[in-house]
Every structure is written in C-alpha cells, then in structure tokens.
Design a protein around this ligand. Sequence first.
Ligand code: DGL
Length: 260
Amino acid sequence: MQIGFFDSGIGGITVLHQALKFLPNEDYIFYADTAHVPYGEKPKEQVKQYIFDSVDFIVNEGVKAVVIACNTATSVAVEDLRKKYRLPIIGIEPAVKPAVEITEGRSKRVLVLATRLTLNETKFQNLVHRIDDRDIVDTLPLPGLVEFAEKFEFRKEAVASYLTQQLASFDLKQYGTIVLGCTHFPYFKDSLKEVFPGHIDIIDGGVGTAKNLKRILEERNSVNEGTGQVTYYKSGCKVEDEDTLLKYRRLLRRLTNIES
Ligand code: DGL
C-alpha cells in the first residue's frame, strides 16, 4: 500500500524528499491543496476544513499512513485527525527542542521561522514554554516565502530583499540556530545562509518526521511495499501534465543540491 503525504502546497515535498531517502522502497501519494494555499494567513476553522477534505481524499485513495507534511496543518488539526482515522497520522512540528539543545553553551539565540498560524497556536506556544527555560527563542512569520515557493522562485533578487527587509529589526549576529518551522522554507536554505553573518545552523523537522514514519511502519511490519513511485495530486486532481511533473522532480533535485 502507498503512503500519503499532505501539504497546502509544494512545501511537503521537502519532507517527502527525506522519506524517499529513509524509505526508498515505498510508493507515495503527494497531495498539495494548491486551491487553498497559503494556509498560514487564513482563519483556523477554515484551514481545518480544507485539511479534513484533503485527508479524506488521500485516505479514500488507499494508504497505510498519512504524513501531515505541513507544520500549520499539524498544529491546527493533528489531534482531531488522529481521533477520526484509525491509520497512523504522522505530523511535523518546529524543531525547537533540538535547536535549543545545539545552541546550549554558545550564548547565541534561536530564531523560529514559520507561518503566522503556527506561531499563534497554543500547541507551538506550549512547546516553547516547555523547552525555552533560558528565554533564547524568538519567532518570525515569513508568509512571503510560501508565496515565492509556490511561484517556484527560490534564488531571485526579490527573495533576498524580502529576507533582508523582514529581518531588519533583528540583530542577526546574536543568532546561532534557525528553525525552519514551515515545510516551504528548506528551499531557501541557501538564501538564508547568505543573509546571516558567520556560521548559522539551520534545522527543520523533515528528517525527524521521516524517521518517525519509518519506525511506525516497521513496528507494523509494513515496509518495502513499493518502488519509490510518487503520484502527485493538486486539490483532488491527479497531476498528469509533464511540465508540472518536471517541476516537482526538479524540486527534489534542488533539495539534494542544497544539502550537498
Ligand atoms: N507548508 C506549510 C507549513 O509547514 C504551510 C504554508 C502555508 O500554507 O501557509 O506550515
């Protein structure tokens, strides 16, 4: 059986990229709710409805697990989704804990970049409250990066000026670690590295989520059931046009290149 991946847009491909490394012998459905992206700037109840409609569609396609490859969707709906469905629902959340741990003893701060909706949710605020006992965590919503990503614009001058503008009120040399708390953001790792002075650690929850998925499937003796094939959907429609499929494949390649 296939594994379902869900995001509001192309952000979830950054998590799928990690899953393909840890679980290459699986078949995947990748579902982007592009009719409703961005989620991060919309009211919570509306977003919840979009998520339930999308996950219903994915589950009806026949999957053995669903990965909510979207921090925003996880923060507003993961608990309710787990109540509704019996199959494993794996979420992603901003990697605040590892960020605070690796920044320990370096007298540096942590900056969490995410959507407004994620940052405003109680789930995120409780997470920071539990972990940030030295008060070193700051946050910044960057909705513009979601827009750039959906237009497949990653290295444009406009991206660099947007980042510079959004970060203008921050003393950048104070930061040792950035948390990418939105799955659309790993595409911009190279641009982010250029904006921050000196060495900066950039982490996201993609690897942890992929490992979690693998562990859950292994516990269920449900691994190695495919060939690494990915079927893409956009808000309920199968993506068949070669141009879009090519763009998705290029995204996977871009992610491999940024890492190396
Ligand atoms: N990719 C999503 C996340 O991880 C949300 C982007 C959006 O739709 O605003 O939060």
